[in-house]
Design a protein around this ligand. Structure first.
Ligand code: ADE
Ligand code: ZN
Length: 323
């Protein structure tokens, strides 16, 4: 499983920070973050809202382009260990310069340079405002995205608390990103039910959905997703750890796939959920009997749905064929 070449489309950069890395930065900066760790050193949180506040506390010690460069290196070195040859990561100018375009460019330059120095993996960025920070704060983030849209910043999305506000509140920002040529995705149907997926599709015109698993509760939506080929960025272990589904067996990824919905597999915030791409694959094989053909199918789906340019896609295809 570990050696199988993989593509990961849904990975929050700060959410992928190893706890020891964040503890090290906190120590360097004399910030007391002891409250966000368990005795064994892992991240400590009770539920989704608490997870979001622990995530933001951990992120508070990432304060410079160099911190982000070190983070990118640490995250990609881990991903490579699990066979990931291509990843797209959510990055928010909220945390990288506070929405100022020139500051954002410096962070971006540092991250890009760090990513290019890690062999065996290609990284691309998806600029992501935070939903519970509100639609006004999303506007300068969209501007940062539009100003830096290109062959490295390839997409625009939205993360954060899905129960706050509505997708249409962010339509202005998504329109700006679309006009700049960025591909679009949105977290929906993780917590907000099938209606939230409809709203993201209708009001933001996204091509992919982050999670989207609650679509399973609306047969018309399942049919629509299957017909239109909208891709779901599923993160099964994240959903089970955060309590969206009580058990792995009750996770709908297998049913969605059987009904013709295009699904992919990612880790979301791997150290928070004690997961890796290898663990996701092992869980899918154990729980649903997924075999090599199933993994080939999701990898091909992810390759086709990746927001990179076609030359990059061709290179990845060649790498996968050499497996
Ligand atoms: N930010 C980081 N992880 C997230 C998740 N699972 N849902 C929404 N926002 C997030
Ligand atoms: Zn996510």
């Amino acid at each position: 499983m570990k050696d199988l070449k993989k593509i990961e489309l849904h990975l929050h950069l700060e959410g992928a920070a190893p706890p020891a890395f964040i503890r090290g930065l906190a120590k360097e900066k004399h910030v007391d973050l002891s409250g966000i760790f368990n005795a064994d050193g892992s991240y400590a949180f009770r539920d989704f809202n608490h997870f979001l506040s622990v995530y933001e506390a951990a992120t508070s010690v990432l304060t410079s382009p160099d911190d982000y460069a070190r983070l990118v290196r640490a995250v990609l070195e881990e991903s490579v260990q699990h066979g990931v040859i291509y990843a797209e990561t959510f990055i928010s100018p909220d945390f990288c310069g506070g929405g100022d375009v020139e500051a954002w460019r410096e962070y971006l330059h540092a991250m890009q340079e760090a990513a290019e120095a890690v062999p065996g993996i290609t990284l691309r960025g998806i600029v992501t405002p935070i939903r519970h920070f509100g639609p006004e704060r999303a506007k300068p983030i969209a501007r940062c995205a539009a100003e830096t849209a290109g062959d490295w910043i390839v997409g625009f999305g939205i993360a954060g608390d899905e129960m706050v506000g509505k997708p249409r509140d962010f339509a202005w920002s998504f329109d700006m990103a679309r006009e700049a040529g960025l591909h679009l995705t949105a977290h929906a149907g993780e917590w907000g039910g099938a209606q939230s997926v409809w709203d993201a599709l209708n009001d933001l015109k996204v091509e992919r959905i982050g999670h989207g698993v609650q679509a399973i509760d609306d047969p018309k939506l399942v049919e629509h997703l299957a017909e239109t080929g909208v891709v779901l960025e599923c993160c099964p272990v994240s959903n089970v750890v955060l309590g969206v589904y009580p058990t792995w067996k009750s996770h709908p990824i297998d049913k969605l796939m059987a009904r013709g919905v295009k699904v992919t597999v990612s880790t979301d915030d791997p150290p928070f959920f004690h997961t890796t791409m290898t663990r996701e694959y092992e869980m899918l094989a154990e729980t649903f009997g997924w075999d090599e053909d199933a993994f080939t199918e999701i990898t091909n789906t992810a390759l086709a749905a990746a927001f990179c340019d076609d030359a990059t896609r061709e290179t990845l295809k060649t790498q996968l064929e050499a497996q």
